[in-house]
Design a protein around this ligand. Structure first.
Ligand SMILES: Cc1cc2nc3c(=O)[nH]c(=O)nc-3n(C[C@H](O)[C@H](O)[C@H](O)COP(=O)(O)O)c2cc1C
Length: 206
């Protein structure tokens, strides 16, 4: 039999559990991707960030942060055109990927497997390796073609998590809405946090 004993080091296992790929595409809601990066930094999660060209435009349009300041929040950043980056291969262990915000264009590419950038290729890798893929798809309303692609993605194992605000927390600021959603995304990825408020039941009971 070729080869020797296979040894799984603790280091490799730990890295697999703590390494998250984050994609920021050109849908509205750049602040959500930024907040996720900030949260991961605080929680000690290694992040690999890819921002699409349109994502850079929405960051400039919607936030007070420069693209380079956003990139500085990540442990590693990759150019969207760098299809040779580590996260383009299934042999590079990660816990999965969150695309937030996720545009219809990126979502559609991921649904078909015809990926033209590192962002969509890295998402495709998560699907083929059966890793968690969370897509915070932001568009409204959806047409039937969008809904068919979303169904296809859900059937392939992706979690479709549109950034829909939770009103039961009575948010007073945009940051509260952003935090609630960010905490929810982290929980979906299996990362416990106290950024999102938990629902503890109706006040005064049912
Ligand atoms: C300010 C701004 C807001 C946008 N908002 C959305 C959106 O909410 N959802 C969406 O699917 N596309 C939105 N778009 C269009 C996408 O950016 C465009 O389809 C782009 O080609 C997406 O490319 P990407 O998936 O590579 O990021 C927006 C564009 C701009 C400039």
């Amino acid at each position: 039999m070729p080869g020797g004993e296979i040894i799984l080091t603790d280091k490799k296992k730990a890295a697999e559990n703590q390494r998250l790929v984050v994609g920021i595409s050109g849908a509205s809601g750049a602040a959500l991707g930024i907040r996720l990066l900030q949260a991961c930094k605080t929680l000690g999660i290694e992040t690999h960030l890819v921002i699409s060209k349109a994502g850079e435009i929405t960051i400039a349009q919607e936030t007070e942060m420069s693209v380079s300041a956003v990139k500085a929040l990540a442990s590693h950043t990759h150019k969207s055109a760098d299809i040779g980056a580590a996260i383009a291969s299934g042999s590079y262990p990660t816990m999965g990927m969150v695309v937030v915000p996720c545009s219809i264009r990126s979502m559609s590419e991921i649904a078909t497997g015809v990926t033209s950038s590192l962002l969509t290729r890295a998402a495709d890798v998560c699907l083929k390796e059966r890793r968690k893929l969370i897509l915070a798809v932001r568009e409204t309303p959806f047409h039937t073609g969008h809904l068919r692609s979303l169904t296809q993605l859900s059937e392939m194992g992706a979690i479709i998590a549109p950034p829909v605000p939770a009103f039961y927390t009575k948010p007073e600021t945009t940051s509260e809405i952003v935090d609630q959603f960010t905490g929810h995304l982290l929980r979906l990825m299996g990362i416990e946090n106290d950024i999102a408020r938990e629902w503890t039941g109706l006040k005064g009971g049912a």
